[in-house]
Write a protein that binds this ligand. Sequence first.
Ligand SMILES: [Zn+2]
Length: 530
Amino acid sequence: MRIRLTNCSLINKNLLILDRAIQIEDGLIEAKGSMQDSIRWPKADKELSLTGYIVLPGLMDAHMHLLNWALRHNQPSLDDVRSIDELLLLLGNQVHKQQEEGDSRPIVLGGWNEELYPEHRPPTLQELDEISGQIPIVLTRICGHVCVVNSAILRDFAWQEFASKEPGSVGFDQDGQPNGFLSESAMMKLLSLHENMSNNKQKELLLLGLKSMAAYGLTAIASQETNSLDDLDFLTALMEIYEKEEALPAYCAQIGLSHPDEIPEFLALREEFRGHPDITISSIKLFKDGSLGGRTALLHEPYCDEPSKTGLDLIPYTDLLQWFQKANKAGVQLTIHAIGDRAIAEIISAFTEACRTDPERANPNRHTIIHCQITDDDLLRRLSETNLAVIAQPLFARSDWSMALSRLGETRRNLAYDYRCVVDLGIHQAFSSDSPIESANPLLTLAAAIDHPQPDKSLSLSEAVAASSVEVAYILGMEGKSGQLDPGSPADITVIKARSEAELQAAYLRQLSIALTIREGKIIYRDPEI
Ligand SMILES: [Zn+2]
């Protein structure tokens, strides 16, 4: 079927070209030109007049957590809480509701952020115990790297094992007793014990997530749901969803592993999905460090607001080197979470040491640093000398700005979050939301990228769109196929309800909604007005 989009506008640099038309056939863009040109094109079966709206290449999210996003939108969340009192009230209500229903299952809620509270501190073990000594409670921080739990959790959870294996991942009070704060592997283990979801529940949540992403204008997402090859039920749920539903964004899985010996099993999984029209097993996801908010990001110099800490090193250098060597040999992509400057520096060194030949140095597997946040000019210059790519979250700069000042001090903070310098150095940089940490709405990401807290680090809109389309395609190994609006490319298209250049300013962009999302020529979201 031939579909023609008429009366739309396109962006060229920062200018709008009006009165355009695009024709789609067989999932591909067949023609692009002026309304005048379109008179000569083969007749379309269906025409959609877009009343001046702006057509972008299909927007994609290079890293998020879809299941967690859906879970957060399906149960009370701490995202909008603005004080400890409000948090405890919300938690108390949840406990009360469960008690009335005779439900003693653990309560796992996410999204607290002490930076937003007048008390400037997280909730405590004692406060949670006062609300319930019986029902186990886990409250995760917005960053997803730290949580606070009540005594009912500590009674059953083998925290001692982590206190010796990964010092720093279990918090202690002055008397040497656990203070209820768990981070990184201790927290991941705890959550994996409490996140046993039925296949139906997973399906319900993933479908809600994928439909919502289409409504946000996303044609593809790369997402991490698991930290283990033993926990792949979500893939079964996804396969069942895609069998029934035609109109959804593409899904690329980033799978967390803990040892390079698991690479063969990962390869077998990737092979199993080869050729699947909707699901790709995309990369191995690793954590080199934690979060800035939780003071677990690995820094060269101590945290300004807790000078005894420099963060956690979750993959020692020699192990990192092995990861790169084995991944290169196997031809698999590593996407490595790294926020702190020391974490990033070690990844650069390990990649450089592992890649001995020119073909390896060209980074054909597209090894990528996710976040790459605390940098300075010298570190970014070193990064640009490798071919490592970056997945960045422009929304973090705005959300973190004052917190980063307390953690890092002015000098380090002002050099960090430099999306501008990454582009200028020619480093491949794709954008992502890391949702549910930030909103999955890609227009908010674009707005954040063109409106950096330090204006000279802002990108132009077309640079930001490129980072959310063609650069994501590059990192996902789909370049040349997706992310552009040229004839012959897959018809992946996002139409935003803006009609003028003025509406492309950050403040307006944040309010805009999506008119149409098209993936491979299929409409996967359509605003009722169109
Ligand atoms: Zn993430």
